[in-house]
Design a protein around this ligand. Structure first.
Ligand code: GLV
Length: 317
């Protein structure tokens, strides 16, 4: 039996599945392991089922025992892992694509609706019984006829586009390459970020975090947005320069933000908290029972496939 470390708790049925296939070292208290702890706990292991909360940087990867041959990340994103360092050490890295597309797109739409329709303020007033209906009370932005700019038209971006279209939004996108017309579903392609931003009444950030996308939304790029745009992020906090976005909220260049992901999670920049127009969630993108089960099962299947064949269809490095 192969020996693995599972750094965070999984849903019970998934831990039971893992226990049948591997000699698995579980984290019963769901403690956040430090990097030295991950190194220590993985002694004698053939692989690690990592989570997005594990920062597997080059230093950590280089200190992993040589027996570790795979990091199976319990997430579609893998910005927490230094892919090159893993490759140099001959460690495969896998992710869990597809299974979380729908759940994450749902949260992407919730961010758009929450930010545009002033949900944070509304929830607060309703909880405090501090409101009176009136014709001009908490007027928000209607989505019908509004242009939605999607940054990163992968699986999640395409699903958000489909739902947003049914809400009457007009879809624009920027991607490394133009999609086939079947995948585009009538959306307009922009070959530059600037062009996309200039037509984004609402921006939905859906691209992966990488060296190329870090701080893509910054002081300069924000200026290309129409005045009063709404910025939402369902992908990764690293893509946004928080100071620049908070400054844009202060100046009302940006009307509202809808965020599910942050730099340095869970310690989001406190500048967002002072803005009533910030609709913020604690990284809930894939948080449904169906999706978390499918993700964990896929992360386990990735390990099994790799140990059996030396390959894995979800290998990303
Ligand atoms: C969630 O954020 C994921 O990348 O799976």
């Amino acid at each position: 039996m192969k020996k693995i470390l599972i750094t965070r708790r999984l849903l019970k049925a998934c831990e039971e599945k893992a226990a049948k296939i591997f000699e698995a070292n579980f984290n019963d208290n769901d403690e956040l392991y430090s990097q030295p702890k991950v190194i220590e706990m993985s002694q004698g292991c053939d692989g690690i089922l990592t989570s997005l909360t594990d920062k597997m940087d080059a230093e950590t990867i280089n200190k992993l025992p040589d027996s570790v041959k795979i990091l199976s990340n319990f997430a579609v994103g893998f910005g927490n892992i230094d892919l090159e360092a893993a490759k140099k050490k001959n460690i495969a890295v896998t992710n869990t694509p597809d299974v979380l597309t729908d759940a994450t797109a749902e949260i992407g739409i919730l961010l758009i609706l929450g930010a545009c329709r002033r949900a944070s303020e509304g929830i607060q007033h309703a909880r405090e019984s501090n409101w009176k209906w009136s014709a001009d009370y908490l007027i928000g932005k209607q989505l019908t006829g509004t242009r939605l700019g999607i940054l990163g038209m992968g699986r999640i971006g395409q699903k958000i586009a489909k739902i947003a279209k049914s809400l009457g939004m007009i879809i624009h996108y920027h991607n490394r390459s133009k999609l086939s017309s079947e995948k585009e579903q009538g959306a307009t392609y922009h070959d530059s970020l600037k062009n996309l931003l200039s037509v984004s009444d609402v921006l939905s950030i859906c691209c992966p975090a990488s060296k190329e996308t870090v701080d893509l939304i910054n002081k300069d790029t924000i200026e290309h947005l129409p005045k009063g745009a709404v910025v939402t992020n369902v992908a990764r906090g690293d893509i946004v320069d928080d100071e620049a976005l908070i400054d844009a909220l202060d100046r009302r260049k940006v009307y509202a933000v809808g965020l599910d992901v942050y730099k340095n999670e869970p310690n989001l920049n406190p500048g967002y908290l002072k803005h009533k127009s910030a609709f913020i969630l604690p990284h809930l993108g894939s948080a449904t029972k169906e999706t978390r089960t499918a993700m964990a099962n896929l992360a386990i299947d990735n390990l099994e496939e790799f140990f059996k064949t030396g390959k894995c269809k979800n290998k990303v490095n």
